[in-house]
Ligand binder design. Structure first.
Ligand SMILES: [Zn+2]
Length: 458
């Protein structure tokens, strides 16, 4: 009895710390939700003020960086021995709007309903911001010995192009320079029963790129049609595109994804995934490819995709159209460039009289290495907290601030620390965005352990 008691007393008081930190994270999360940092316009200074106050009271070194009027980033640093380059904990504090969405609660008020926390940003990405800050405070409180600096960055404008992170990289690189970054983009996926099914680590992103097709033709009265017609020419181009898909391509990240994902798929799909993951050279095994391509989500991981999303042409019913335009939205695999895809579109359309213009550049980057210390650390922590759960690297179709970090040479890994179901993950940007209330506690523990694995003493 006495021995048992002694053993219990000797246990680190971690559990209690996590409960306490989770309570603080929840309080901060509710303040961040209420701050309403809807972008546009952003108003991220409201969120930054909340974080600044907590960092100041915890005596953690920090700096507020304004990148536009009313818009700020927040950067905090815990010093390590400097034997390795710093670790960056990134989260954005702007959120998307709720206009025309049917919420059952007030979106800018954290509300608990049936063990779920609802509010705009609870998942994307305010909970990660709150958890990162609480982990910084935990580390400070326990005087954690660190082998590298840990830098927490709250960015603004992630949802509209990433002006916040781009400003830091362009103008204040020294403040956030790091050997490694953790960000949103991947996640801890729960099944319907609330058990962790898989940990998805985002190692790369498809590049977002729009192409505008423009055709022209002679104008005149529609009672006298001519051989040339801007709308017909555009239609021919679109028809050719509708029958073509850029070829399937396997990157190191896709192979790792297929191998990992095979562990949680049905036997048939798993077999096709493993066959593709192991395929050497061209052509890729056709049967396995065809099996996976039946699912549009899997197809999108194997291909660059391009699809027509808008079309306009002509000015009135009885006039020949001078011009017609279409927007083609492409999501490009990390191994390809927007110029490669422009060439592909040109070859498919086979019509030099169709102008193909690239509109707005959203930034692109190669994927981060699939092997390495970040993946090893995540594997280790997931293995301790949820033994036997597969860890799967992925390339996401959506974009985050990580593309700017990767383009700047900082390997970045997307792992949202808050466990949610796939269905709830899809509510990000939509109505009734929500997370399980219990996930905050798990998120704090996961993030704290992961940071110590990556930055604690070896
Ligand atoms: Zn986000």
């Amino acid at each position: 009895m006495t021995l048992l008691l002694l053993a219990l007393l000797a246990l680190p008081s971690r559990a209690a710390d996590y409960d306490d930190a989770a309570r603080s994270a929840r309080k901060l999360l509710s303040q961040l939700v209420a701050a309403d940092t809807t972008n546009p316009p952003g108003n991220e200074e409201r969120a930054v003020k909340l974080g600044e106050r907590l960092l100041k009271s915890a005596k953690i070194q920090h700096e507020v960086v304004a990148f536009a009027p009313g818009r700020q980033d927040l950067v905090a640093r815990l010093k390590g021995s400097g034997s390795e380059k710093p670790l960056l904990l990134l989260a954005h504090v702007d959120v998307v709007g709720t206009q025309d969405q049917k919420w059952t609660t007030a979106p800018h008020q954290l509300t608990e309903k049936a063990d779920m926390l609802l509010g705009r940003g609870v998942l994307d990405d305010l909970s990660m911001a709150a958890i990162s800050l609480e982990v910084m405070r935990l580390l400070q409180r326990e005087h954690a010995k660190l082998r590298r600096d840990v830098i927490m960055v709250w960015t603004g404008d992630e949802e509209s192009g990433g002006a916040g992170i781009r400003y830091l990289l362009d103008k204040r690189r020294g403040l956030i320079d790091a050997g490694l970054a953790l960000n949103e983009g991947g996640g801890l996926v729960l099944d319907e029963n609330g058990t962790l099914r898989v940990a998805q680590i985002q190692v790369g992103e498809k590049t977002y790129q729009d192409y505008e097709l423009v055709t022209r033709g002679p104008t005149g009265h529609s009672s006298v049609p001519q051989a040339e017609n801007a709308i017909y020419r555009l239609s021919r181009a679109l028809s050719r595109l509708s029958h073509s898909t850029p070829p399937a391509r396997l990157t190191p990240a896709t192979r790792a994804f297929l191998r990992g994902q095979a562990e949680v798929e049905s036997p048939d799909v798993a077999k096709a995934m493993r066959e593709l993951a192991d395929a050497q050279g061209e052509p890729l095994p056709a049967e396995a490819l065809a099996a996976l391509e039946q699912d549009p989500v899997h197809a999108a991981t194997l291909h660059t995709t391009c699809v027509a999303t808008m079309v306009q042409g002509g000015t009135r019913e009885n006039a020949l159209p001078a011009e017609a335009r279409a927007n083609i939205n492409c999501r490009i695999l990390p191994s390809e460039t927007p110029d490669d895809v422009r060439r592909w579109i040109t070859n498919v359309i086979m019509d030099p009289q169709v102008d193909i213009r690239m509109t707005k550049d959203y930034g692109a980057a190669e994927a981060s290495p699939v092997e390495g210390e970040a993946m090893a650390a995540i594997l280790s922590v997931v293995g301790k907290m949820w033994p036997g759960t597969p860890v799967v690297p992925s390339v996401s179709a959506a974009a985050t601030d990580s593309r700017h970090l990767r383009a700047a040479g900082i390997p970045s890994y997307g792992i949202d620390p808050v466990p949610v179901t796939e269905a709830d993950a899809l509510r990000a940007h939509g109505a009734d965005e929500r997370i399980p209330a219990a996930s905050l506690r798990q998120g704090v523990e996961f993030m704290h352990r992961l940071v110590l694995e990556l930055a604690g003493p070896k």
